[in-house]
Write a protein that binds this ligand. Structure first.
Ligand SMILES: NC(=O)c1ccc[n+]([C@@H]2O[C@H](COP(=O)([O-])OP(=O)(O)OC[C@H]3O[C@@H](n4cnc5c(N)ncnc54)[C@H](O)[C@@H]3O)[C@@H](O)[C@H]2O)c1
Length: 258
């Protein structure tokens, strides 16, 4: 029996990177997974490979969240896990941040997470057998420290870190067994970073520099982040609530991290 057998999970941004690795890990542990993304073709591939269901979703749309959660409860009868993983990065310092960029990043990375928490709780509190569930919000090391070339991104991830604690305290007091935690990846080897490397004059040099920022001397694999997410989603973490789990190879344990 897997660690998530009998559980129903939604993973946003499940077509790529950390999200796709999380879908694979959760399916392996016995969960019935619904993955969502704006990249339909990639999402369908992950769904086919893992025996999961893909649904198109823009996490910034509240109507989309209502439709998604209602459809999952209709199909599976319950919702046990939500992984708010979908995210975008736009490199810009505060001086280069215009309102369009700010709103685009905050809409996906913070408003999307807020909407996910709100509508998942609506389902989790009515689960057959009693209220229960685990929400895992994917923040970043930039939920702790500022990235000069990512003002909006840093603000969004800091917001996710503390929103998680508000949700955690509310759910614990109101529903007992509904939990919410955040995961904070460091330098992860995903398409999000590869796109940034490819845009630089020397992608190999930037990649090596990035790997060197983590004391473990390499980038972290998306599968390693997925295992941390599975732990928080599972009953093994039944008393872990409102916490922040760094998966950064020790990056933030070092002086002058960024
Ligand atoms: N890669 C890293 O080093 C790193 C570090 C810290 C935090 N993170 C966070 O981890 C999460 C996953 O990132 P990743 O590296 O796997 O990136 P990725 O680009 O490989 O995957 C992100 C996925 O989110 C999807 N997405 C984007 N906008 C969406 C929207 N509006 N609605 C639904 N889906 C949408 C994308 O299509 C993509 O499939 C993000 O929240 C990111 O900020 C990543």
């Amino acid at each position: 029996m897997g660690r998530l057998t009998g559980k129903v999970a939604i993973v946003t941004g499940g077509a790529s990177g950390i999200g796709a690795a999380t879908v694979r890990a959760m399916a392996h542990e016995g969960a019935r997974v619904v993955l969502t993304d704006v990249q339909d073709a990639l999402g369908e591939v992950v769904a086919r490979e893992t025996g999961s269901t893909f649904r198109h979703q823009d996490v910034a749309s509240e109507a989309g969240w209502i439709e998604l959660v209602d459809a999952v409860v209709k199909q599976h009868g319950r919702l046990d896990i939500l992984v708010n993983n979908a995210g975008i990065f736009r490199g810009a310092s505060i001086e280069d941040t215009d309102l369009d960029l700010w709103r685009a990043v905050l809409d996906v990375n913070l408003t999307g997470v807020m909407l996910g928490c709100k509508h998942a709780i609506r389902a989790m509190k009515d689960n057959p057998g009693g209220a229960c569930g685990s929400i895992v919000n994917v923040s970043s090391i930039t939920g702790f420290v500022g990235l000069a070339n990512g003002a909006a991104y840093t603000a969004s991830k800091g917001g996710v870190r503390l929103l998680t604690k508000s949700v955690a305290v509310h759910c614990a007091r109101a529903y007992g067994k509904v939990r919410c935690n955040s995961v904070h990846p460091g330098a992860i080897d995903t398409p999000m970073n590869q796109a940034a490397f490819d845009a630089s004059p020397d992608p190999a040099a930037i990649r090596a520099m990035f790997a060197g920022l983590q004391p473990i001397g390499r980038m972290t694999l998306p599968e390693e982040v997925a295992q941390a997410i599975v732990f928080l989603a599972s009953d093994d973490a039944s008393s872990v609530n409102g916490t922040e789990l760094l998966v950064d190879g020790g990056w933030l344990a070092a002086p002058n991290p960024l």
